[in-house]
Design a protein around this ligand. Structure first.
Ligand code: FAD
Length: 465
């Protein structure tokens, strides 16, 4: 840890601390963490288990060798992208503010508003190159363990850094692994949360003779041609994969806990059902309305679980999808600001949120921003959980932010001294959420005149920045 005197716009001269920071992962969150931490004056190192940046956007035609993702010793593939995936948000609201995601116009690039996964990966590559981030990333290096070092005090009685020990392993050849231990002042966890499958529980499934997989391991429709497929879960992946399969399969059943209404544009062989309640040895599956179908395949589109197996045990719990104890979706209460999590919230626009949360972390580590006391953070958590309970929000939606996301971003802007988000971002998020639900077949390619006008103005403005 080093201490610098740096100018602070609002408060004049102030001591700013430069810390050594470990970033786990070089997906979108890890990349922006490197940029924001470095700009705040910290020394950064990212460990990335894969050989490339991009995280989930680095498409991998390979899959886990356990299609349900249960076996702990399975060969694991990080990305959950399927070959045909296009974004479910328009590019202008996916974009980092510091590097607009506007069409490049270059040959071989995908300039569509809702682009392919390859284009998002290309954008992240451009971003990393533009901010010269590669030199801070150790590729092919997996973080195995993160633990607190015993606190040391100096002669003046204050706690000395570093606080964290990070054990990594690097593949020196396909069979030999070299382990390394490094000490850091702080750790920023950017390991993503779309890789460890969560499965539906179905009575009788053990003796059901069909094939099962999780959407994490779905890539293309070819292997399911002519079959009857039941998908469980109708969020973005369930909806998209069911439509793709309907073009190749004999019948497709998309099941969900509830349906608000029947979306338009549903192909005749795509049927909407309530959840699967029971599986039978004759191959049939029963739905909550009592109806049954004989199916060949179940695809669990049931989401993912948070996974921090590398963290010293007892630091956080993840029971029922609640990462606890975490202050304002970012800081671990007890070690804040030196342990933080980027990207816990879902149903938000992730990249802008990563940008603001990593800025907040960087400022809290340097001392430019100040967190409340530990007791106050615990109190905040208690109040937050009580509010969720009073509002009837299930524990598993602790990090769901479809209705609260933009208020959260506004708070982050305030805390970090960032100019407030333009209102068009929230408007577009709402407009396209509505269109995604009501026009699932073509919301990515067709929109009304007012949204087209907005697109032209926004892209024009972003290009000028
Ligand atoms: P990731 O991209 O998962 O990156 C985490 C990185 O950490 C990976 O590179 C991984 O290899 C590395 N890592 C993990 N553990 C370790 C370890 N122990 N040691 C070293 N490295 C490690 N968002 C949108 O904005 N628009 C969309 O349209 C959209 N569509 C999506 C579709 C799908 C199918 C999925 C799964 C997600 C989608 N998202 C979308 C959300 C997407 O996850 C975020 O946009 C974002 O890219 C997540 O970035 P991340 O860095 O948090 O995680």
């Amino acid at each position: 840890m080093t201490v610098d005197v740096a100018a602070n716009g609002k408060e004049g001269q102030k001591t700013r601390v430069s810390r050594s920071v470990c970033v786990i992962g070089a997906g979108a969150a890890g990349l922006v963490a490197l940029k924001e931490l470095r700009e705040e004056g910290h020394q950064v190192t990212a460990f990335e288990q894969n050989e490339d940046i991009g995280g989930v956007w680095k498409y991998d035609p390979d899959t886990d060798d356990d299609p349900l993702g249960i076996r702990e010793d399975r060969k694991k593939v990080h990305s959950s992208m399927y070959a045909s995936l296009r974004t479910n948000l328009p590019r202008e609201i996916m974009s980092f503010a510091a590097y607009p995601f506007v069409p490049s116009g270059e040959p071989g690039r995908d300039d569509r508003r809702f682009c392919s996964h390859q284009e998002v990966q290309a954008y992240l590559r451009d971003y990393a190159r533009h901010f010269d981030l590669h030199r801070h990333i150790r590729f092919g290096t997996q973080v195995l363990r993160v633990s607190r070092l015993p606190e040391k005090t100096n002669q003046y009685g204050s706690v000395q850094q570093p606080l964290w020990e990070v054990v990594t392993r690097t593949a020196s050849s396909s069979e030999n692994w070299a382990c390394d231990t490094t000490e850091f002042d702080a750790v920023v966890v950017c390991n993503g949360h779309y890789s460890q499958p969560k499965l539906a529980t179905i009575e009788g499934i053990a003796s059901w003779p069909g094939r099962q997989l999780h959407s994490h391991n779905y890539r293309t429709p070819g292997p399911f041609a002519g079959q009857t497929v039941v998908l469980i879960g109708a969020f973005a992946s369930g909806e998209d994969i069911s439509r793709e399969l309907a073009e190749h399969c004999s019948e497709v059943y998309l099941s969900a806990r509830s349906w608000k209404d029947e979306p338009r544009q549903t192909p005749p062989n795509l049927h909407r059902k309530l959840v699967v309640t029971r599986a039978y040895p004759d191959g049939s599956l029963e739905f909550a309305d009592g109806s049954r179908v004989v199916a060949d395949v179940i695809i669990h589109c049931t989401g993912y679980v948070y996974e921090f197996s590398f963290l010293e045990s007892g630091l956080v719990s993840t029971e029922d999808q609640r990462v606890h104890p975490v202050y304002e979706q970012v800081f671990h209460v007890g070690t804040a600001p030196t342990l933080s999590f980027i990207g816990l919230p879902f149903k938000v626009s992730p990249l802008p949120m990563f940008e603001l949360t990593t800025r907040w972390v960087a400022q809290c580590l340097s001392g430019r921003a100040v967190l409340p006391s530990e007791a106050a953070m615990h109190k905040w958590i208690d109040g937050f959980y009580e509010g969720l309970k009073a509002g009837g929000v299930p524990v598993r939606y602790t990090h769901e932010m479809s209705r609260t996301g933009f208020d959260y971003l506004a708070r982050l802007c305030e805390w970090t001294g960032t100019p407030m988000f333009e209102s068009w971002r929230e408007d577009l998020f709402k407009d396209f959420s509505y269109r995604r639900h009501n026009y699932p077949a073509n919301y990515r390619d067709e929109w009304p005149e007012d949204l087209e006008l907005k697109r032209k103005v926004i892209w024009e403005d972003l290009r000028k920045e």
